[in-house]
Design a protein around this ligand. Structure first.
Ligand code: CA
Length: 194
């Protein structure tokens, strides 16, 4: 009887989770001025404030500097999903003085143990660009997925020799299905140092 009771309790918890309102990205545009909702790895992530934000007042930038050591850097947030359902993801990326550095939007599908089942990413940004949409549109979560790890990735296989490279992200978003609007066109310009 005791074992049955535990099983019943587990089912109740599962049902409560599966019927919850779909979770969303938090602080997706960094407008708190902090990174409380995000986890980073690798060096030199910072929130910046200024006209160079894609939307609002803030964005997040990774500086790739000549003296750096980390080849891989990322900023991510895990969001619950329903296995077998389709989702769309986007972020706006600006690249300035990139030299050998590159960036992309990545999604890892996580199972109940937090282990990545599979991953996919947007085309790689390899050259300087104004804010441009990077997206994964209408992709289906594996049936065992319980969360999407939504990631901005910077890869710096070769460090710049003289000047800093800037890989800049703002306006992360995700939705079940597809976004209900046409994507905004790229805008803004200038270097992160301006
Ligand atoms: Ca913003």
């Amino acid at each position: 009887m005791k074992a049955f009771g535990l099983l019943a309790a587990a089912v109740v918890v599962f049902n409560a989770m599966s019927s919850a309102t779909p979770a969303k990205l938090r602080e997706a545009g960094f407008e708190t001025g902090g990174l409380e909702a995000w986890t980073t790895f690798g060096e030199n992530w910072r929130v910046f404030r200024g006209d160079d934000a894609f939307e609002g007042l803030y964005g997040v930038v990774n500086d790739v500097q000549p003296a750096d050591t980390d080849e891989w850097r990322g900023i991510f947030q895990n969001v619950p999903v329903e296995g077998g359902r389709s989702y769309s993801f986007e972020v706006y990326i600006r690249a300035a003085n990139v030299q050998e550095a590159e960036a992309w939007l990545e999604v890892q599908w996580l199972d109940a143990k937090g282990v990545a089942i599979s991953q996919l990413h947007s085309p790689t940004v390899k050259a300087d660009q104004r804010y441009t949409r990077s997206a994964l549109d209408n992709v289906t979560a594996p049936k065992d997925a319980v969360a999407a790890s939504v990631r901005g990735i910077v890869h710096a296989p070769v460090k710049p020799t003289l000047e800093t490279s800037y890989l800049i992200f703002d306006g992360f978003a995700m939705t079940p299905g597809t976004f209900p609007r046409e994507p905004a066109t790229a805008h803004k310009s200038g270097l992160a140092t301006e």
